[in-house]
Write a protein that binds this ligand. Structure first.
Ligand SMILES: *Cc1c(COP(=O)(O)O)cnc(C)c1O
Length: 398
């Protein structure tokens, strides 16, 4: 991904910065698009993974929809040009103001997670004299086999309506004048690396659909299976583009659908994750008792995933790519005053020195979007592969 010329360019830019490989991104979007068309599946991109304008514009140009989890994300999606009838609004705690904004924007639908919320949506909808399309987000009680903080489809999680409540919720919703249930929504977690949980999900959805019809005579047009498809953080090069074909074919094999039904997905990480890297410099190599720390100018404020969920990003010394024999172990840490500000421990790298350029790979999703300014640190810059030369020119003119 990073040839010598590119690393030379990197060395002329102030670090840390996020670098996006737009060529890879377009290839990945092309692959997703053609695979989705093949199965007649509709994909909404989950803005919360990365909401940079240029990234969103590129996704919108491919005709995907938008999956939003806040009023501001809806506003952003509309500003970028996503058609409002391709925007869905999820979230376990929508405020009245956000609900009003979404209704005013005539979005495609609300993914609602509780009867308590649906009743409020109904009240607001009555005031506005509108009928609001709603997907019921169900909690299918399925183990996504991922990090505890990334699982959302278990009964102990705050997300979704428990399956055992469904009959009761349907009875109650039928009495609400301005709510129209148009589909079911599921999202069982994130960074799911095996297809087993999705097969289990399909089986549950099949049973739920049968019951809905047999018990209530309800046939719903839309089934939304959410996102969650994982990426390879350990060895990104082995799967730079997610295996959308395998993912969709497994859904296609296991999900029973009616001919008039439309199947939706909300993918985030698998769309943008491998496209981005956090590029940093080594400030110091600090020797300690039995250890060496490579202290970077990037920290948890720039990429919080390792501190937040013990996530591992592949770390590469781009300045020493020729020299992959004599490896030395380093703890790779940031400069922030928190012990959790560590990217990884005992990572083998070529002998590393002050000034070396370091890449933290697979940082396109849940990276830049989670940047904070704790310690009053600057936000990292954003560099795109197709405009890096212009960027350098404009920097040298300043
Ligand atoms: C976060 C989220 C997604 C996207 O998840 P990825 O793991 O990034 O694909 C999709 N739908 C909902 C409701 C979400 O909260």
């Amino acid at each position: 991904m990073f040839n010598k010329e590119l690393v030379k360019l990197f060395s002329q830019i102030e670090t840390p910065f996020y670098y996006y490989d737009m060529g890879l991104f377009e290839k990945s979007l092309n692959n997703l698009k053609s695979t989705a068309v093949k199965y007649n599946y509709k994909v909404h991109y989950a803005l919360k993974a990365n909401a940079n304008d240029k990234i969103l514009e590129t996704i919108n140009n491919f005709g995907f929809g938008a999956d939003c989890v806040s009023g501001n994300e809806i506003e952003k999606a509309i500003k970028i040009g996503f058609p409002s009838d391709k925007i869905v609004f999820a979230g376990v705690g929508k405020t009245d103001k956000e609900i009003e904004f979404a209704i005013n924007s005539s979005i495609f639908g609300f993914n609602s997670e509780s009867i308590e919320e649906i009743e409020i949506i109904n009240e607001i909808a009555i005031k506005k004299q509108k009928t609001v399309p709603v997907f019921l987000r169900l909690n299918p009680d399925i183990d996504a086999v991922t990090h505890n903080y990334l699982t959302t489809g278990l009964n102990e999680n705050k997300f979704g309506i428990p399956l055992s409540f469904l009959d009761d919720v349907l009875d109650k919703v039928q009495k609400l004048s301005n709510i129209k249930i148009i589909g079911l929504h599921f999202h069982i977690g994130s960074q799911i690396t095996s297809f087993e949980p999705y097969i289990n999900l399909c089986k549950k959805v099949n049973i739920i659909q049968e019951n809905l019809y047999n018990k209530h005579g309800i046939k719903l047009k839309y089934i939304n299976l959410g996102g969650g498809l994982g990426i390879n953080y350990t060895n990104p090069e082995s799967e730079l583009i997610s295996d959308f074909e395998k993912f969709f074919s497994i859904i296609n094999e296991n999900l029973h659908t009616r001919p008039e039904q439309e199947i939706h997905f909300e993918l985030g990480r698998s769309v943008i994750g491998q496209t981005g890297s956090l590029i940093s410099r080594v400030l110091y190599v600090k020797k300690s008792v039995n250890k060496q720390f490579a202290i970077l100018d990037a920290g948890m404020t720039d990429l919080i995933r390792p501190a937040l969920y013990g996530a591992h990003h592949k770390i590469e010394n781009l300045s020493k790519q020729e020299n992959l024999t004599d490896l030395i172990k380093y703890d790779i840490v940031g400069p922030v005053c928190e012990s959790s500000d560590s990217f990884d421990i005992d990572i083998e790298l070529p002998k590393t020195e002050r000034g070396d350029i370091i890449a933290l790979r697979s940082a396109g999703a849940y990276g830049e979007i989670m940047v904070s300014q704790y310690n009053l640190r600057n936000k990292p810059k954003t560099i795109y592969s197709d405009t890096i030369l212009q960027h350098l020119k404009s920097e040298s003119n300043n």
